[in-house]
Design a protein around this ligand. Structure first.
Ligand SMILES: NC(=O)c1ccc[n+]([C@@H]2O[C@H](COP(=O)([O-])OP(=O)(O)OC[C@H]3O[C@@H](n4cnc5c(N)ncnc54)[C@H](OP(=O)(O)O)[C@@H]3O)[C@@H](O)[C@H]2O)c1
Length: 287
């Protein structure tokens, strides 16, 4: 456990790149709740930030004390390490020394991006995460679950889904406290679940049957095309399901406890809270 202490709170804004996404939205909320100034980094922000347009980076970084960095679409895509190296250089040039990078487990390009940040000279922290619990209610899985069946090309491999609230707690600690610079935290939930286990927990929380069906990769990709999922996103999902979920990540890590001195949130709590909030039933009613 890190005995992190609260330092003097910054008056300069903290840039939250991807600040309207699953993790960044919560990082921004937690910072604001602590009375800290936040600047959202996204294409729709007042001061737009676009990974595809480097001329937007310096204005977004200008005057910030630290940045939370969630890359889009995924650190696993080719070119991500170069983008992170260039972003870190832009941050240092702007005087933004403290950088907290969201990363993924078992992805070659993501690990190269981590190395680029570690070599940049920034005061870095890396949060290397397992699959998010919130993929089930805030992303592509939500609608099929609401309709009663989730079909994916993955079998009995275990994944320790992490609650993005835990990611936000660790990121905010790293952005605002001493003791986290130079640390790579591997963030997972407290137990392994197969996708079938996860769907069973969601079904139990919803109080109605929801099926999990294992399908072949080609059927999965064809289904994404039918749903008009953009081809680059479909390619990424194919990579993630085809390569990353091969058992290499089927272990629990203790990054939440290392960073915060407490246990990570459990999937069952996520499922109950999301079901109570109508995450899956609301979509059913709208369908
Ligand atoms: N999902 C998982 O299980 C998982 C696990 C480990 C790691 N990760 C990592 O999580 C990251 C994604 O984070 P997230 O899930 O919190 O975000 P998210 O929910 O996917 O939201 C995407 C965010 O990025 C912004 N964005 C989209 N295109 C952009 C562009 N061209 N330039 C700048 N910003 C752009 C969006 O805002 P605008 O549309 O307004 O620009 C939004 O704020 C990826 O790097 C992925 O590798 C995900």
């Amino acid at each position: 456990m890190t005995t992190s202490s609260q330092t003097s709170e910054p008056t300069q804004p903290i840039l939250v790149v991807g600040g309207t996404g699953k993790t960044g939205r919560r990082v921004a909320e937690h910072l604001r709740r602590r009375g800290l100034p936040v600047r959202i980094g996204s294409r729709a922000a007042d001061l737009p930030f676009d990974w595809e347009d480097r001329s937007t980076w310096a204005p977004a970084l200008q005057g910030t004390s630290a940045a939370y960095v969630s890359f889009y679409p995924d650190l696993a895509v080719p070119g991500a390490p170069e983008a992170i190296a260039a972003f870190a250089a832009a941050a240092l040039a702007a005087g933004t020394r403290r950088l907290v990078l969201l990363s993924g487990r078992g992805e070659e390009e993501a690990q190269r991006a981590e190395s680029a940040l570690q070599a940049s000279g920034a005061e870095w922290t890396i949060v290397r995460c397992s699959w998010f619990c919130q993929n089930f209610d805030e992303s592509f899985f939500a609608e099929p679950l609401a309709c009663g069946e989730l079909a994916l090309p993955v079998g009995a491999v275990g994944e320790p889904f992490v609650d993005v609230e835990d990611i936000a707690d660790v990121a905010v600690a790293a952005l605002t406290e001493d003791g986290h610079a130079g640390r790579l935290y591997e963030l997972t939930g407290p137990r392994l679940l197969t996708f079938a286990d996860a769907v069973a927990e969601i079904a139990g929380a919803c109080g109605r049957p929801i099926a999990y069906v294992e399908i072949g990769m080609e059927d999965f990709v064809a289904g994404l095309a039918e749903q008009e999922v953009p081809s680059d996103v479909a390619g990424l999902l194919r990579y993630l399901f085809g390569e990353v979920l091969d058992g290499r990540n089927a272990y629990v890590a203790d990054g939440v406890r290392q960073a915060l001195g407490r246990a990570p949130r459990d999937f069952a709590d996520f499922a109950r809270n999301a079901a109570d909030a109508g995450a899956w039933s609301a979509i059913t009613e709208a369908a």
